[in-house]
Structure formats: C-alpha cells, structure tokens
Design a protein around this ligand. Structure first.
Ligand SMILES: [Zn+2]
Length: 271
C-alpha cells in the first residue's frame, strides 16, 4: 500500500455518535477514539489525504423520529454534537454541501489540497448528498487503496463500503477503528464485507502496510501529538521532535515531554 495512491475515508466521527453523552451514541465508540487519533496522525505524517462524510441534520430531515424516521435528533446543524471529535478534526477542509454543484466545482474540490468533507442528510452517502454519485468516482479515480473507518459500522460505514465497492480501489476497513450501533448487525457487516473481498485489518497492520514496517514494531518517528490552540479552529499535529521543541520553547517542564513520549497517540497538549 503506497501513501501516494491511498485515500482515507473518515465516516461520521462526530460527537453525537462517538461520545457516551452523544445523541446517537454507538456503544463502546469511546474506546476507538485513541485509534481514530492515531489513524488521523498517520495520514498527516504520510501526506495521505483524508476524505469523509458527516451528518448535518435539519429539523425537516425524513430520517428523524419527529418526521416519522427511525432515528432521534442527532448531529443537528451547528450543535456541539454535530462537531467532529478533536482527534479527527478536519484540517484545511473543503465542504461539499448537499446542493447541486457543477462538474467544475466538484473538480476544484478534488484538486483542493486538504481534507474533503461530504455533508449528508441521509444514512446513505449516495442519497444524503446530491453530489455524491458524481463526486465519488472522480475522487477515487487515482486511488488504489481506500481505507475506511468510523461510525456506525452497521449503518453509515456499511453504506460507504457499498458506495465505493467496485469503483476501482481495493477497500480496507480498520476493525479497531469502527463501532456498531447494534453489535449483531455490526458482525454481519464484517462478514458481508469479507465476502466481497474487502480487507479487514487492524490499525497496526495498516500502519505496517503503509510504512513498510512489521506490525507491532516500534517506529522512532511514530510519536505524534495533537496541539490545540484555542485561537485556531483546527488542531494541528507535530512529530515527536516537534513536540520536544514545542515543550522546551513553551516552557513546559522536561518531565511533561517524557510523559508525552511514553503515551504516544493518547495525549493532547492545550496551549
Ligand atoms: Zn443521520
């Protein structure tokens, strides 16, 4: 798997799905947060583009219980629950809203140097955004490997797998970076994906495939940290070497840096 021909697809890693107090929480999803952060950091380090979809709901959306649909209010527009978790925050993202865009606008979004976000109002990305059926084949044109992760396994992740299957790239789903709304349905999805020749792999196996290292081997450049500056909208990521410089220049005590190194992927520094 080569970073330059790989695309990551982050499915709905929004607070309402991932956090225990979220409106449509996938049980156990908080356990995958560290891995979601590690996947995102790996993409930043290897310059792998992150695309993905997010729910953005409005009061009239048919999938909401209040309109006769199956789901309670969740990811309502501009609410805290609609926001991504910090570990997977978009960086320099272009938003594809659910309103008709021209081919030129879609091409410009694909050429954009940053994350690409498909907003949707339906569990199926192909139905939830009117641009998705034209955008996805364009997005995957030069992609050999598509890596999918996020929530919920048995709903939106499954729809992304189905929307991208047979479009060209080999599909990979990161099994320790997904969480199901319903455990049994989640297991059934894994079986159907495997039967469709989707590769199921762990984050360690993904990292090994992309970096050419053995799964489980330590990588001296592996430690990445999230730095959040409240004056900036998005957090940014720095390497271990950068973290050391940051820790020293910002007056953080040396022991804090050593503590960071001992817990890669799991700590954020707030400034
Ligand atoms: Zn929804």
């Amino acid at each position: 798997m080569k970073p330059e021909t790989t695309l990551f697809w982050d499915v709905d890693t929004q607070r309402d799905f991932v956090l225990p107090d979220g409106r449509l929480y996938a049980p156990g999803a908080e356990k995958i947060v560290a891995t979601l952060g590690a996947i995102t950091a790996l993409a930043r380090r290897l310059n792998i583009r992150i695309a993905g979809d997010v729910d953005r709901h409005f009061p009239g959306d048919p999938e909401l219980t209040r309109n006769g649909g199956p789901y309670p209010d969740h990811c309502m527009n501009a609410t805290p629950g609609q926001r991504k978790i910090e570990q997977t925050a978009w960086v320099n993202a272009v938003d594809i809203e659910n309103r008709p865009l021209s081919d030129a606008e879609l091409d410009a979004a694909i050429a954009h140097r940053g994350d690409l976000v498909i907003e949707k109002q339906h569990v199926d990305v192909l139905r939830g955004n009117c641009n998705a059926p034209r955008l996805i084949p364009k997005l995957l044109r030069n992609c050999r490997d598509l890596v999918i992760y996020g929530v919920c396994t048995d709903v939106c992740v499954d729809f992304v797998v189905r929307a991208t299957l047979g479009q060209g790239p080999k599909l990979h789903v990161v099994t320790d970076a997904i969480a199901a709304l319903d455990a049994e349905r989640g297991k059934a999805c894994l079986e159907s994906w495997r039967a469709a020749s989707v590769e199921l792999l762990t984050f360690a196996q993904l990292k090994a495939a992309l970096t050419g290292t053995e799964a489980g081997a330590t990588d001296s450049h592996e430690s990445f940290f999230t730095i959040r500056d409240d004056s900036q909208e998005s957090p940014y990521f720095i390497s271990a070497e950068g973290a050391e410089l940051f820790a020293l220049s910002s007056g953080l005590a040396r022991f804090l840096y050593d503590d960071l190194i001992a817990h890669p992927h799991s700590l954020a520094v707030f400034v």
